[in-house]
Design a protein around this ligand. Structure first.
Ligand code: AMP
Length: 429
């Protein structure tokens, strides 16, 4: 099926052709006709499946007809600034031959300037929930909204935006269309969908929580204290030109980058403690090839669109199995082949089972010559060492718990304070 057959207007077809999109992806084939027929949709589609165009193209098609009002006609909510920027850029490239005003509303920019721009007339608003609410509380109305999109809804809910979304939703006019996109089909998302969708059409482009088929997945067993060395070895010996590496915590992201520099590998770091400007700068430097390795934590990495990224390495497994799906979704994008490598220590060797259960397949575990784990180190031994250390230093236990599940178990008053201040970021970021 071609884009012409989907009935999209000529200015859109021209822009798509220039972008080199030969034919619609699965989610686009299914979503575009539904959105054009005014149906609400619930789509489980991962990053890399072409989901942005799946909602952006039919929205732009709808906006070809002028509106009587000057208000905002489409609102797209995204969990992070980076994803918002990506959507904004994608929409602008699709709308190249149309007269559509798009605007991005994310924190970190001057509120007053944003207000003035909104007054001058905006058709499509791409926003993070918090910043949109701020504007709604100070006068912005959504009376003219025809289409409301929640992109990466599962992640928005994981990041604590449920309340914000529940506040925004009643401010939309009665007659509007809602499109919900989520990489995973969690209970939270299902609950929200019941609240905001009316008779939705369901689109499931990949099996529930499965990873993209074109990705080769492998896990290497290694001792925890040799992971950085193995990582540098893999990158060097296989001559990876660019690689995205995931850690579970901000601390290990920073430490790993330092270790890699020692091995002569230039690495950038993206996590929740970096300013937004810094994160975008680092991402652009990585895209331009200024460094080979980008080390990221889960939440900070959302929305990163790095074209033709062939390799993703899980330096540490994520604490939430669903994050594995998001991580490896960074490779094998739009049908290209990719490889996802996980480095497993004695703990993670077992932890990976919950990921395998989620994705419904087994990830082969292999050894790398020279990096075989010490067979005398067992999980039990590691536990005992930790327990002994904790006996001597009670804070170590709290710290371990905090590191294990940072969003729920603050270790100290200081950390608690930091958490309450930064409601939307956790140590995982
Ligand atoms: P997304 O899932 O929206 O993040 O898109 C992933 C990547 O696929 C982006 O770089 C898009 O530009 C690209 N893309 C989207 N639709 C198509 C298509 N029909 N053909 C080729 N590439 C596409």
């Amino acid at each position: 099926m071609s884009f012409e057959k989907l009935g999209l207007i000529k200015p859109l077809l021209k822009a798509i052709e220039e972008l080199g999109y030969a034919e619609p992806t699965t989610v686009q084939k299914r979503a575009i006709p539904l959105v054009l027929s005014k149906s609400d949709i619930f789509a489980t589609a991962q990053t890399g499946t072409g989901k942005t165009a799946a909602f952006a193209l039919p929205i732009l098609h709808k906006l070809r007809k002028p509106s009587l009002s000057t208000g905002v006609r489409a609102v797209i909510l995204a969990p992070t600034r980076e994803l918002s920027v990506q959507i904004f850029e994608d929409i602008n490239s699709y709308a190249k031959y149309m007269e559509v005003e798009t605007m991005i509303l994310v924190s970190g920019k001057d509120l007053e300037k944003q207000r003035a721009r909104l007054k001058s007339g905006v058709d499509i608003l791409i926003a993070t929930p918090g910043r949109l609410l701020e504007h709604l509380e100070s006068g912005l109305t959504l009376d003219s909204v025809e289409v409301f999109v929640l992109d990466e809804a599962d992640r928005m809910l994981d990041m604590g935006f449920t309340k914000d979304i529940r506040k925004i939703h009643p401010l939309l006019p009665k007659r509007h269309q809602t499109l919900l996109f989520s990489a995973t089909y969690s209970d939270k998302v299902r609950k929200l969908s019941k609240l905001i969708l009316t008779k939705p059409a369901f689109i499931e482009t990949a099996k529930k929580n499965t990873t993209v088929e074109t990705i080769n997945q492998v896990a290497y067993l290694v001792d925890a204290n040799r992971k950085a060395e193995l990582l540098a070895y893999i990158i060097g010996s296989r001559n990876f030109p660019q690689v995205l590496v995931f850690t579970r915590t901000k601390v290990s992201a920073d430490e790993l980058a330092v270790e890699l520099q020692k091995d002569g590998l230039k690495a950038g770091v993206i996590h929740g403690d970096k300013t937004k400007a810094n994160r975008l700068k680092t991402l652009n430097q990585f895209k331009e090839g200024e460094f080979r390795v980008l080390v990221a934590t889960d939440i900070a990495s959302r929305g990163l669109d790095i074209e033709e990224l062939p390799y993703v390495i899980n330096y540490e497994l994520p604490s939430i199995p669903e994050d594995y799906v998001h991580r490896v979704g960074r490779t094998g994008r739009a049908g290209r082949e990719g490889e996802a490598i996980s480095l497993l220590d004695v703990y993670e060797k077992y932890d990976i089972r919950s990921i395998e259960r989620l994705i419904g397949e087994k990830i082969p575990q292999e050894l790398v010559e020279g990096f075989e784990p010490d067979p005398t180190i067992r999980r039990k031994d590691v536990d005992e060492v930790k327990l002994k250390a904790e006996h001597k230093n009670p804070h170590a236990k709290k710290e371990r718990q905090y590191n294990k599940n940072t969003s729920k178990v603050p270790a100290t008053r200081k950390q608690l304070k930091v958490q309450s201040k930064k409601r939307k970021t956790t140590k995982r970021d």
